[in-house]
Design a protein around this ligand. Structure first.
Ligand code: FAD
Length: 385
């Protein structure tokens, strides 16, 4: 008899959601985290995350984005904390931007409320943005901003109310895998379970490697800044979240919420790192502020004010930027979730639900074939040039 039905290693974005959906099913669950989630050491800090449903990443993402939003709305009904604000999200870029074209195609395929826009239409509608002639846009009014730390807090509270257990500040030191059980070691004791979920974010590379799954996961340090901005132009009641696929890089951001300033980050230019040794100080690299100011100066000049706050955070990239959500190829009692490549938060509700299905039923109704742990892209050393 094992101590628990399921142990979740890493109770951040994906793991805390999984713990909640398992607890809803009455599955005895122990979640273990190295810190005290939500916290600033992983990938979910910085208050907010964009959720788009008409996904520029590909139509496969759109179906799960719709399910994710339904689950966020269900969760929001169980708390007084704000989890989601419908600000609308604008994706824009060069006329040949695959991202914007795919967002429009995804929106049409699912008959969503989207508005393809020309540069003139964008400039007229939002005076805070300057989009060059010939650019295209896709505006999704029903998209918006998730308050990621509030969401994790809510999953945590509800999971514990349902009977799940959570160990905080308890890094998992070792995992032993037997044929039909696992033993997880921490400084505070060892625990056994029938099933295991590995959702260790930027630490997954090491955790999975110790479980004989050596897949290409690359943690990357990212900088984000909140800039003093003209509130009349950029407040969240009039200005949308945004994603710009531009000649100078790929940028994303958030309107000014509660006077904090416009928040902006760069998607495509980070510093490869190790989560144990990352320099978390904003400004440690010139690109931290330099990249963001370059974008603001060109596209959102009235938001290029003084820096209110600067922070760093972690992406974990796969070579094809698709996630890894699957059963361990060698151990069908272990489910893994990782490699969210900087665009995973919006899906964490549905990923939690999928993980809970994988460990209780061995399968899920969602199509997760794109996220296979066996796909060749995750094993670049095996790909012949
Ligand atoms: C700056 C920034 C902006 C982003 N913007 C967006 C956005 O707008 N929209 C979007 O959809 N996504 C966005 N993302 C991506 C999204 O936040 C991530 O994909 C998501 O948070 C990843 O979740 P995770 O569960 O894999 O990692 P985490 O949330 O970091 O959770 C992993 C957890 O595992 C724990 N852990 C690690 N090792 C151990 C161990 N040995 N023992 C116990 N616990 C352990 C960690 O403490 C952590 O709590 C952004 C990311 C960043 C950094």
């Amino acid at each position: 008899m094992n101590d628990y039905d399921v142990i979740v290693v890493g109770a951040g974005s994906m793991g805390m959601a999984a713990g909640y959906y398992l607890s809803q099913k009455g599955v005895s669950t122990l979640m273990i985290d190295a810190f005290d989630p939500p916290h600033a050491n992983g990938s979910h800090s910085g208050d907010t995350r964009i959720i788009r449903h008409a996904c520029g990443e590909g139509i496969e993402y759109t179906k799960i984005a719709i399910r994710a939003q339904k689950l966020w709305d269900d969760l929001a009904r169980q708390t007084t904390e704000t989890l989601f604000k419908k600000t609308g999200v604008l994706s824009f870029g060069m006329a040949d931007s695959k991202f914007v074209q795919q967002a429009i195609a995804s929106g049409h395929a699912y008959d969503m409320n989207i508005e393809p826009l020309s540069a003139d239409e964008m400039n007229e509608r939002w005076p805070g943005i300057t989009v060059p002639d010939g650019n295209i846009g896709c505006y999704e009014p029903d998209a918006g901003v998730l308050f990621s730390e509030n969401c994790i807090r809510t999953f945590r509270r509800l999971a514990l109310e349902n009977g799940a257990e959570l160990m905080t500040d308890a890094p998992v030191l070792n995992i032993d895998v037997e044929a039909d059980s696992v033993t997880v070691d921490t400084h505070d004791g060892s625990f056994t379970a029938d099933k295991l979920i590995v959702s260790g974010g930027a630490w997954n590379k090491k955790i999975l490697s110790d479980l004989d799954l050596k897949i290409a996961l690359q943690p990357s340090r990212r900088a984000i800044g909140w800039f003093n901005s003209d509130d009349r132009l950029y407040n969240a009641d009039t200005f949308p979240g945004f994603f710009g696929d531009l000649p100078s890089g790929v940028f994303y951001g958030f309107p000014c919420i509660d006077g904090t300033g416009l928040k902006v980050g760069r998607y495509d230019n980070g510093v490869d790192t190790d989560p144990e040794y990352i320099n978390r100080e904003f400004g440690a690299y010139d690109i931290d502020e330099g990249d963001l100011r370059g974008f603001l100066g060109e596209y959102m000049a009235e938001a290029n004010g003084s820096l209110n706050v600067g922070k760093t955070c972690l992406f974990t990239n796969t070579p094809d930027e698709n996630f890894v959500i699957d059963l361990h190829p060698e151990h069908s009692h272990i489910a893994i979730a990782g490699g969210f490549s900087g665009h995973g938060y919006k899906f964490s509700s549905v990923v939690g639900e999928v993980l809970s299905e994988l460990v209780t039923k061995g399968e899920t109704i969602q199509d997760i074939s794109l996220f296979s742990a066996k796909r060749p892209a995750l094993y670049p050393e095996n790909v012949k040039s």
